[in-house]
Design a protein. Structure first.
Length: 251
């Protein structure tokens, strides 16, 4: 199986390469920009499988395929929220949300190996995906949540939630009154319920609300620390793999 990675964050590309090596999948080359990828495709046989980051340093990676007719299966790696890619029935194999989880990666690779698609049958409508990502479909997101407090049910407005976080296998909402409520859900389920304009998953453990960020401070290993208005339970650190996407989200 001939595999390449197209990812502009070199540490993220190397990490993905290491995870693939652990699955006995060898990566033949790592490409880091639209321009570099176009040049490579023009001079090399197309691989069986591409791990493709949507947002590269010099543009959307779909621009590669404005020039090159893709003949490879694709696993997208993206920080865009799930619904955007679920909106299309793609002939690509899968997509992985950053930061990439090793179990999800293994599942995607196994799925590809089981299907073994023929290159000439692979077809992805990149123009439609690009339009959707630039002008996302308007949809309704959850405006409130409920939590059981003793014998009572507490109604929590999404606007009042400074962060959602996981702790001891539970999922909590930290609100702007300094309270923390245990919810009957998971961070994974919240991905489809939270507005991506308001909430961002800064790590496996935390979602933060942009309207409650008090300060952002440089932290060790090229990471960032977020300080919220009232939440003081734990440090909130933007994982290194998510720093670039987090900065884009802030804009």
């Amino acid at each position: 199986m001939n595999v390449i990675i197209i990812e502009d964050e070199k540490p993220a590309a190397r990490r993905l390469g290491r995870l693939l090596n652990e699955l006995n999948v060898e990566v033949s080359i790592m490409l880091h920009s639209v321009e570099e990828s176009i040049e490579w495709f023009q001079n090399n046989d197309h691989p069986d499988l591409i791990f493709l980051d949507i947002q590269l340093s010099d543009g959307l990676s779909f621009e590669i395929f404005d020039v090159i007719e893709v003949k490879s299966a694709i696993i997208f790696t993206t920080a865009y929220d799930e619904y955007a890619l679920q909106a299309f029935k793609l002939n690509s194999i899968d997509y992985l949300l950053k930061p990439i989880d090793d179990e999800e990666l293994e599942k995607a690779v196994r799925q590809y190996q089981d299907l073994q698609p023929q290159k000439e049958r692979i077809s992805v409508d990149f123009e439609d995906i690009k339009k959707l990502l630039v002008n996302p479909i308007e949809r309704e997101y959850k405006k409130r949540f409920t939590a059981k407090v003793g014998q009572h049910i507490k109604i929590i407005n999404a606007d009042d939630v400074e962060c959602f976080y996981s702790e001891n296998k539970g999922t909590y909402a930290g609100t702007n009154d300094g309270r923390n409520y245990l919810l009957d859900t998971t961070l994974e389920n919240l991905e489809e319920e939270l507005s991506p304009k308001v909430f961002f998953r800064v790590s496996r453990k935390f979602y933060v609300n942009i309207n409650h960020i008090k300060d952002i401070v440089s932290y060790t290993n090229s990471r960032l620390q977020i300080k919220l208005n009232t939440f003081k339970e734990q440090e909130i650190i933007v994982s290194r793999e998510r720093v670039k996407d987090f900065k884009l989200w802030l804009e």
